[in-house]
Design a protein around this ligand. Structure first.
Ligand SMILES: Cc1ncc(COP(=O)(O)O)c(C=O)c1O
Length: 361
């Protein structure tokens, strides 16, 4: 078979995507305590789970292609129109859809080190993806991004709070940045973790979509994290009607019926999720405190994960934790997701053992 003739140029010529590289790793996920991918350990709310199971009974029929109930429920939760929404099976496919909707060869996309799906989306389409280094304190570098804008800049990605750092940008910082950026540059805000924020100045930029109706501003949210539906798959973009309609022309906005049903039910049970958040925020404080006691540099987090520098080989720390049954990530330094109190305690115990052995070696 002559694969040179079969595959597209992007498959043949572009580097392997970060996600494809991950797919080649073999991990026995059933045996691991999952503290690596920023999932919600408490799962969906009871009504969301029941709705999800119930909808599976009619899985022989296609889903509602228009996602009418789901869109209505999301729109009502913000007091906006369903015309301001583009829905998808999580943020990852929506990131691809946004790439297809806005990017042409020759365009430039600007971002700081962030979630791999953005890097993959831009690299596969463009010759030049501008990655602006984070600030020294690991903050998302808005000044650096503003300085990197050229006439070719088509899109700027801002992840707030950012993954993998967990750090955040205040609403005022973002506003000042938005004012500086040329008006026709697409601003794609990813707020996958914003529900976990507790800092009063860490606020969603959804209002900007409506305050600046002439700007191409997209705010992306997912049900994977706060709503405990990472494997269920649902997410959405909020944008002005014209922009949402344009993005809507890209195919791929499919959401399984069971996911649509779960979203509608989840949005009717905010108390359940507030309780989860309280536990996760307490776990975040516990893990941060204990990792500092172990001598790690801990980066302040407004999300459901924490980045830390163990001051030894991060890949080794990850491997040793996997051997003991806990999955974490090591995208920059190490990154651990907040889990249940029992799992958090176990993680700290194992991390302590691993760091002690590393020091002694
Ligand atoms: C910044 C960011 N955005 C979005 C997502 C979620 O993607 P999805 O909705 O596809 O699960 C993640 C998951 O890790 C993330 O870190």
């Amino acid at each position: 078979m002559d694969t040179e003739k079969i595959f597209s140029k992007s498959v043949l010529e572009k580097p392997e995507t970060k996600r494809a590289a991950r797919a080649n790793a073999t991990l026995d996920l059933k045996k691991l305590i999952r503290m690596g991918w920023n999932e919600n350990p408490y799962g969906m709310s009871p009504k969301a789970l029941a709705a999800n199971l119930e909808a599976a009974k009619t899985g022989n029929f296609y889903q509602d292609f228009w996602c009418a109930d789901m869109k209505r429920a999301i729109a009502d939760s913000y007091g906006i129109s369903v015309k301001n929404l583009v829905v998808g099976a999580g943020s990852s496919p929506l990131i691809e859809i946004a790439g297809q909707a806005f990017l042409n060869p020759g365009d430039e996309v600007l971002m700081c080190p962030t979630f791999a799906a953005f890097i993959d989306m831009a690299e596969i389409r463009l010759d030049r993806v501008v990655s602006v280094p984070l600030r020294e304190d690991m903050g998302y570098n808005l000044d650096g991004l503003a300085a990197a804008v050229t006439e070719k800049t088509k899109m700027i990605v801002i992840c707030n709070p950012n993954n993998p750092t967990g750090g955040y940008l205040s609403y005022d910082e973002i506003m000042a940045f938005v004012e500086k950026v040329p008006r026709d540059v697409v601003l794609l805000f990813d707020e996958a973790y914003i529900e976990f924020a507790t800092a009063p100045d860490c606020r969603s930029v959804v209002p900007l979509v409506f305050e600046m109706p002439d700007r191409p501003i997209l705010v992306m949210r997912t049900f994977s994290k706060y709503y405990g539906m990472a494997g269920v798959r649902a997410g959405y973009i909020i944008a002005n009607e014209e922009i949402a309609a344009g993005i809507g022309r890209v195919p791929g906005s499919w959401i399984p019926s069971a996911a649509q049903a779960a979203v509608v039910a989840a949005l009717s049970e905010p108390e359940y999720y507030e309780e989860c958040k309280t536990k996760i925020v307490a776990g975040r404080a516990y893990l941060s405190r204990e990792m500092e006691k172990l001598g790690c540099t801990v980066y302040p987090s407004q999300s459901n994960f924490i980045m830390f520098d163990p001051h030894c080989d991060c890949a080794m720390v990850r491997e040793k934790l996997i051997e003991r049954g806990i999955l974490i990530s090591a995208p920059m330094f190490c990154r651990v997701s907040v889990s249940t109190p029992e799992n958090n305690v176990l993680f700290i115990r194992y991390l302590g053992e691993i760091l002690k052995a590393a020091k002694a070696a």
